[in-house]
Write a protein that binds this ligand. Sequence first.
Ligand code: PMP
Length: 442
Amino acid sequence: MSTHLLHRAIHGHLPTAVGGKGIELFDAEGNVYIDASGGAAVSCLGHGHPAVIDALHKQLDRLAYAHTGFFTTEPAEQLADLLVRNAPAGLDHVYLVSGGSEAVEAAIKMARQYFVETNQPRRRHIIARRQSYHGNTLGALAAGGNEWRRTQFQPLLINTHHIDPCFAYRMQQVGESDEVYAARAAQQLEDKILELGADEVIAFIAEPVVGATAGAVPSVGDYFKRIREICDRYGVLLILDEVMCGMGRTGTLHACEQDGIAPDLMTVAKGLGGGYQPVGAVLLSGKIFDAFANGSGFFQHGHTYMGHPMAAAAGLAVQQTIERESLLANVVAMGNELERQLVERLGNDRHVGDIRGRGLFRGIELVADRATKQPFDPALKLHARIKKEALKRGLIVYPMGGTIDGVQGDHVLLAPPFIVDRNDVERIVERLADAIKAGIDG
Ligand code: PMP
C-alpha cells in the first residue's frame, strides 16, 4: 500500500479496485459493488465491455500516439464524423481533448477568439449559473458557480458573472406555473447581459441538466428556448456543457434535444469514452469554424494529448456499441423504471424532498423537513454518511453536500450504466433506500 499516492494518502482507507464486469466493480478483498453512478456518470457501458477492449487492443497494436501538430489519425477522424452525424443542428466540427475541464477551457477560449476574429474584441464577459460545475481548471472553475469549490481559489479566477439556475424545487414559487417560472429564470440572463453591456458579453454557459452540484436538475417549461432567444438577440454565444448529462445519459444522445435547442458550442466527455480512456470534445458550429478559417486560420490553443488515438478509439468503440445495441432505448425504459421505483420506495419518506432527473440520470434531495424544505445541518455530512453506508451494502452512488450556496439539501446522484435491467434497478433502489435510512438514523 502506497502512502505516496495523494488521493489515497488523503482519504485514508480506500478499497483497491482490481476488476469490473458489466455493472459491477470488484475490490482486492473480494467485495463486489454495483456501480450505480458509473463513478461520476462515466461508465455508461459498464466495465469490461469486450467490443471496446477489442478495439483498444487493435489500436494499441497499430499506434498508441501521434502528435496532432504532425498527423491526423483514423480513429480521431472517425469519431469526429460520428459525433457530427449525430450532433444538434449546426454543430459541424469537433475538437478532441482529454476530459471535461479541458473541453470547457477550450470552449471558452473558442468563444473569445471568435469575437476577436470577427472584430468584436470588446466582448470579454462570461455569464454562468450558480449551482453549476464546469470543471476544476482555473477557467472552468471560474465559470462554475459552486462557492465551496471556488472560495479559496477566488483570487486566481477570471471575472465571471452568475445568475440563478432554473431549479424548480428550490426556486419556483408556490402556485407559479412552469412557464411563468421559466420566463422569470431566463429573464435573469437578459438582465445580466444588459447590466454588463450587450456588446461586451462573450457567452452564456450552462448544463442542460445540472449534475455534480445539484443532483440531476433539469429545467422546466421553455427555459432553454428563451435562453437561446436571448443569446441570439444580443449576439452572445451559447455554450452547453453536456460533460455529465450528455452522450445518452438522459435518454437522448444530447440532453439539449429534449429542450428543443442547439448551442453554438457544446462540451462532452465522461460518457463519450465511458471511462475506457480519458476523452472529451468540443463540438462547434459552422459559424465559429468559419470565423477561424477566414480569420487567423487556426485556434490558438492545444494540448499534447489532444486527439489521442487511444482515446479516440475508445470514444468511437463506446459510441458505436451504444448505437449497435440500441442502448438509448434502454436508457429511456430503465430511466422510467428507476424513477417509478424511487418514487414508490422513497416518495413518501419524510426526508426525501425531491426525486428528479431524466433517463438514467436521477437525483434525490434529502431534507430535514419536507414541509419547509429545510436542509440537514451540513455538519452532519449526511451525504458522506450515505456514501459510506451504500459502499457497505455494495453500492456506489455519487453524493454531494448540503446547503450549497445556502439553499440546498444533501443529494445523491444516480447514473448507472446504460445496460441495467429491471432486476438491477430493483437492487440499486433497495440498497440505496437502506443506505439513506442508515445514514439518517446513523
Ligand atoms: N463539466 C461538467 C458538467 C462536469 O460534470 C464535469 C465533471 N464532473 C466537468 C465539466 C469536468 O470534467 P473533468 O472532471 O473530466 O475534467
